[in-house]
Design a protein around this ligand. Sequence first.
Ligand SMILES: Cc1cc2nc3c(=O)[nH]c(=O)nc-3n(C[C@H](O)[C@H](O)[C@H](O)COP(=O)(O)O)c2cc1C
Length: 192
Amino acid sequence: MERINHHWVVINGSPRRGMNSDRLIETLFQTHAFKDSEKSVFKLSNLNISPCSGCTLCIDTKKCVKPDDFHMIIDAIKKHQRMILISPAYHYNVTGQMKTFIDRLFSQHAFASEGYHSRLGNDVKAILLGVCAGDTEGMGYTLDAMKHPLEDLNVTILQSYMYLGTKHLPVSANKKLLVELERVFCRIDTRE
Ligand SMILES: Cc1cc2nc3c(=O)[nH]c(=O)nc-3n(C[C@H](O)[C@H](O)[C@H](O)COP(=O)(O)O)c2cc1C
């Protein structure tokens, strides 16, 4: 069987354009593991995604009833089964944009009456990236805030990576980053 490179659905929680998170994604896709892969980037701050209102109608309707851009991200995840979530630390946690996206994932749980499963699919794999100005303490819960909700949806976390210290060494000035990412992500199989 011919092996094809995965298409990655990138969900970017940084509201800033062209800064550390955007550049980290660009550099990741220059690594050997990813350079032949395709990607669809969803910059959450550019999209219209409202917060979960807790109506829980999705339990019966089997999808979120809010008609906004959330659905195009979900469709892409269901289609490609590979995702990268990236968020800066904002007060030791993900940004509000990322939290809003994660809360809306509640609609992707099928509960007991249907037999528990994830509506995202059976083979979803994810990479998590956290970015912060400080050290690991400053990163706080950022990676866990993405990891636990995804694992609850049976998503396998392939790799988590923290870019620390943007205050002293922004991604744009880090000449060793590509080498570092090559080392960290060398075992990721981006082909099926
Ligand atoms: C509202 C706000 C809260 C922040 N909270 C933290 C924090 O808790 N820990 C930390 O290390 N950096 C914190 N930062 C710094 C950002 O994580 C850092 O500047 C990061 O590089 C931003 O990512 P970006 O360049 O992709 O936007 C905060 C920045 C803002 C604007």
